[in-house]
Design a protein around this ligand. Structure first.
Ligand code: NAD
Ligand code: DAU
Length: 332
C-alpha cells in the first residue's frame, strides 16, 4: 500500500483517478484541492473514508504543501486551471496555479525526496494540419498556442529542470482530450449533452472541423497508474487512444444518441487562436511500459457519459446558467 497525494482530486480527471485508484489498488489517497469553480467535493462521493482524506487548500500554499508531501510516498499532480476559453478571458489564475503551484509542489518533492508525477496535456505541442501524416510524439517541439497551454508547457519545463538540476524523482505524461463522468459543463462534450437535455441546440465553434483525439478518463487513469508503477524517472510519456474525431462528428453523434436530428446544431463565433488538430502517438507508453486502453468504441463510452449526465442533473445544473451566460457574452 502506498500513500498518494493527489492534487486537483475534486476536478474532472483527478476525481476519476481517485475512484480508479481506490477501486483497483489498495493505495490510500489524500486529495489536496482548493475547490475552485471547477472542483466539486461531490465528485468523490462513494469512496470509503478509510481510503480517502480530503484537504481543502491551495497548491501555492507552501506550508500546507510541505506538510502533505512529507507524509506521501508519491505526489500525482492534476491541479490546474484547465479551460482554454477562460485563459483567453483572464490568464492570471493560470500563471498562479499552473506555474507557481507546480513550482511549490516541486520544491516540496525536492525537500522530501518524494516521487512526483506531473499530469500535462498534448496542447503543449501546438497543433497539426488536418492532413499531416505525423502525430505528436515525445520528441515533438513545444509550441503552445493559448495562455492555458503555455502555462502547462512552462510547468512541464519546470519539472524537467527540477529532475536534471535537483534530482527530483519525477515523470511527466501528456494526454489527449478526456471524456467521461464529472467533467465540468464548460467543456465541449458536457456542454453539448446538457444543452440537448435542456432543449438548446449544441454550439460548434467556427466550422466544426477542428479535430480532437478522445480518450476515456478511465484509460487516462490506468496509464497514469502504469507510469507510477513502471515509468522511468525523468521520462515523458504521451497518453492517447487513437480517438481522432472532428467536432462536427462528435456533436452529430451526441444528437443521434440523444434521439435528435443530427443537423440540429448552431455554428458560433470561433475561439481566438483555436488549435486545428491534436493527435497522439502513444507507441512509447504501449511498447516500453505495456499499457493499452480498455475502452473500445467511442460511441459506447459517449453513450454511457450521456446517461451519466441525464442521471446527475443535480451535479451539473448549479453551474450551467453561469457557464452559458459567459459563452453568450462571447457570441458562443
Ligand atoms: P478541472 O478543471 O476539471 O479540475 C481542476 C481541479 O484543480 C479542480 O478540482 C480545482 O478545484 C483544482 N484546482 C485548481 N486550482 C487549484 C489550486 N490553486 N490549488 C488546489 N487545487 C486547485 O481539470 P481537468 O480537466 O480535470 O484537468 C486535470 C489535469 O489534467 C490538468 O492538469 C490538465 O491540464 C490535465 N489534462 C486535462 C485534459 C482534459 O481533457 N481535460 C487532457 C490532458 C491533460
Ligand atoms: O487536449 C487536451 C486538452 O483538452 C486539455 O489540456 C484541456 O484541459 C481540455 O480542456 C481540452 O482542451 P480543448 O480546448 O480541446 O477542450 P474543449 O472541451 O474546450 O473544446 C474541445 C473542442 O471543441 C475544441 O476544438 C473547441 C470546441 N468547442 C468547445 C466548446 C466549449 C466547440 O466547438 N463548442 C463549444 O461549445
Amino acid at each position: 500500500m502506498a500513500k498518494l497525494l493527489v492534487t486537483g482530486g475534486a476536478g474532472f480527471i483527478g476525481s476519476n483517478f481517485v475512484h480508479y485508484v481506490t477501486s483497483h489498488t489498495d493505495h490510500h489517497v489524500t486529495v489536496l484541492d482548493s475547490l475552485t469553480y471547477a472542483g466539486n467535493r461531490a465528485s468523490l462521493e462513494g469512496i470509503p473514508e478509510s481510503r480517502l482524506r480530503f484537504v481543502q487548500g491551495d497548491i501555492t500554499d507552501a506550508t500546507l504543501v510541505d506538510e502533505l508531501t512529507a507524509d506521501a510516498d508519491a505526489v500525482v499532480h492534476y491541479a490546474a486551471e484547465s479551460h482554454n476559453d477562460n485563459s483567453l478571458h483572464d490568464p492570471r489564475p493560470f500563471l498562479d496555479t499552473n506555474i507557481i503551484g507546480t513550482y511549490t509542489l516541486l520544491e516540496a518533492a525536492r525537500r522530501h525526496e518524494t516521487r512526483f508525477h506531473h499530469i500535462s496535456t498534448d496542447e503543449v505541442y501546438g497543433d497539426l494540419e488536418l492532413d499531416d501524416p505525423e502525430r505528436f510524439t515525445e520528441s515533438t517541439p513545444y509550441n503552445p498556442s493559448s495562455p492555458y497551454s503555455s502555462t502547462k508547457a512552462g510547468s512541464d519545463l519546470l519539472v524537467r529542470a527540477w529532475v536534471r538540476s535537483f534530482g527530483v524523482q519525477a515523470t511527466i505524461s501528456n494526454c489527449s482530450n478526456n471524456y467521461g463522468p464529472h467533467q465540468h459543463v464548460e467543456k465541449f462534450i458536457p456542454r453539448q449533452i446538457t444543452n440537448v437535455i435542456r432543449g438548446v441546440r449544441p454550439k460548434l465553434y467556427g466550422t466544426g472541423e477542428n479535430v480532437r483525439d478522445w480518450i476515456h478518463a478511465d484509460d487516462h487513469s490506468s496509464a497514469v497508474l502504469t507510469i507510477l508503477d513502471r515509468g522511468v524517472i525523468g521520462e515523458t510519456y504521451l497518453i492517447g487512444a487513437d480517438g481522432e474525431k472532428n467536432n462536427r462528428e462528435v456533436v452529430e453523434l451526441i444528437l443521434e444518441l440523444m434521439g435528435q436530428d443530427a443537423g440540429a446544431y448552431d455554428l458560433v463565433t470561433d475561439r481566438p487562436g483555436h488549435d486545428l488538430r491534436y493527435a497522439i502517438d502513444s507507441t512509447k507508453l504501449r511498447t516500453e511500459l505495456g499499457w493499452a486502453p480498455s475502452y473500445g468504441r467511442f460511441e459506447d463510452g459517449l453513450a454511457a457519459t450521456i446517461e451519466w449526465y441525464r442521471a446527475h442533473e443535480d451535479w451539473w445544473a448549479p453551474s450551467k446558467d453561469g457557464v452559458e451566460a459567459f459563452y453568450a457574452s462571447k457570441g458562443q
